[in-house]
Design a protein around this ligand. Structure first.
Ligand SMILES: [Zn+2]
Length: 302
C-alpha cells in the first residue's frame, strides 16, 4: 500500500513548515519522539513520511528532489524508514511466552519486535532512522495505535530507547487520542494534534476578529474574550465556530512557524479547541456556554 503523498505540504502547511524549519536548523531542532493524534491516521502517516524525507534528504529537501533518499522514501523502499505495525513482522521460530496476546492472529506489536528494534539500533547507520508506529488491517488500511495493539509490555521494553535513542533516530506514533497510548510514552513525546480535512479554502471569517492577536489579550480581559466566543457560538452553533477556529489557528501557525513560542501556544490551543469540539458533540452535549468558558480560560489564562 502506498502511503507517501506529496500533497501533504498543501494539506498541512503549518506542520510541514514547522518540522522543515526545525530540521534545517543546524541543531536538528526537532524532538526524537513525536506523537500525532487526531481522527485521520493516513494523513498522519503522510506527514511522518514527509518528515522522514526531510530528515534524510541529501539535497535541499525540495518536494521534487531526486536524491536517492527522497526517491526511496517516495517508493517506500528506504532501508531506514519503517512503518511499524503488528503485521509487519516475520515471526521468529521461538515464541516468547511472556508476550501475552501476541499468538495466533497477532494482536499487537510484541516484545520480540521491540527487541528487534533495540538490536537494530545497536548497529550504527548512515541514514536518519525513522520508525513510524501505528496499526493496519490485512488490506493495508492504516489504523491508530491503542493499548491493545501497542501494549504496555512492548512500550516498557522500548522506554529507555525512546528516552535516549541513538543519534539520528526518530520515533513517530500515530493515534486517535493521546489517552490511547501508554502515558509513559506520551510523556516522552512531543505531541501534535493533526486536524483532518484541513483545507486552506475552508472558512474562518466568523472567528477572524475574535482570534486576531488573541495571544496579546491581557489576562484581565478574559471575560470579554469569553463573552465574544459565547456570542459567536450562540449565533452560529458551537461546532461550526470551533471548526473555524481550528482552520484559522492552522493559518496562524503557518504564518508563525518561526516564532517557536507562539507556534507552540497555537499548537496547544488547537488541541484545546479540538477538546471543546468533542465536548460539544457528546450525547448528551455539554452546555455550550460552559464549554466556551472553559476554552476561553484555557486560551487566555494558561
Ligand atoms: Zn532529496
Amino acid at each position: 500500500m502506498q502511503y507517501y503523498d506529496s500533497s501533504i505540504i498543501q494539506k498541512l502547511p503549518h506542520l510541514v513548515e514547522y518540522f522543515k524549519s526545525g530540521i534545517e536548523d543546524e541543531h536538528k531542532n526537532i524532538s526524537h519522539c513525536i506523537l500525532f493524534w487526531g481522527a485521520d491516521i493516513k494523513t498522519q502517516c503522510e506527514l511522518a513520511l514527509e518528515i522522514a524525507r526531510l530528515l534524510n534528504c541529501k539535497e535541499s529537501g525540495d518536494t521534487d528532489c531526486e536524491c536517492l533518499n527522497c526517491r526511496w522514501i517516495r517508493e517506500q523502499a528506504h532501508p531506514a524508514v519503517k512503518i511499524y505495525t503488528r503485521l509487519d513482522y516475520k515471526e521468529a521460530s521461538e515464541s516468547s511466552e511472556e508476550d501475552e496476546g501476541s499468538t495466533g492472529g497477532k494482536k499487537n506489536i510484541n516484545v520480540a519486535q521491540a527487541r528487534g528494534i533495540i538490536s537494530e539500533l545497536a548497529v550504527t547507520s548512515d541514514y536518519h532512522r525513522v520508525y513510524i508506529f501505528c496499526d493496519r488491517d490485512e488490506s493495508g488500511n492504516l489504523l491508530p495505535l491503542n493499548k491493545i495493539n501497542f501494549p504496555e509490555v512492548t512500550s516498557n521494553a522500548l522506554l529507555k530507547t525512546f528516552e535516549e535513542p541513538p543519534q539520528n533516530t526518530t520515533f513517530i506514533f500515530l493515534t486517535n487520542d493521546k489517552s490511547d497510548v501508554i502515558s509513559t510514552v506520551v510523556s516522552r513525546a512531543q505531541s501534535f494534534f493533526v486536524p483532518s480535512n484541513v483545507n486552506v479554502e475552508q472558512n474562518f471569517e466568523l472567528v477572524q476578529n475574535l482570534l486576531d492577536n488573541y495571544w496579546s489579550i491581557e489576562r484581565n480581559d478574559v471575560l470579554i474574550f469569553e463573552q465574544n466566543l459565547t456570542a459567536l457560538a450562540d449565533e452560529n452553533g458551537a461546532v461550526e465556530v470551533f471548526e473555524q477556529m481550528q482552520n484559522y489557528i492552522c493559518i496562524l501557525m503557518k504564518e508563525n512557524f518561526d516564532n517557536k513560542v507562539l507556534f507552540n501556544r497555537l499548537l496547544r490551543d488547537l488541541e484545546h479547541v479540538e477538546n471543546a469540539k468533542r465536548q460539544a458533540t457528546l450525547t448528551p452535549p455539554m452546555n455550550d456556554s460552559v464549554i466556551c468558558e472553559n476554552l476561553a480560560f484555557k486560551m487566555i489564562l494558561n
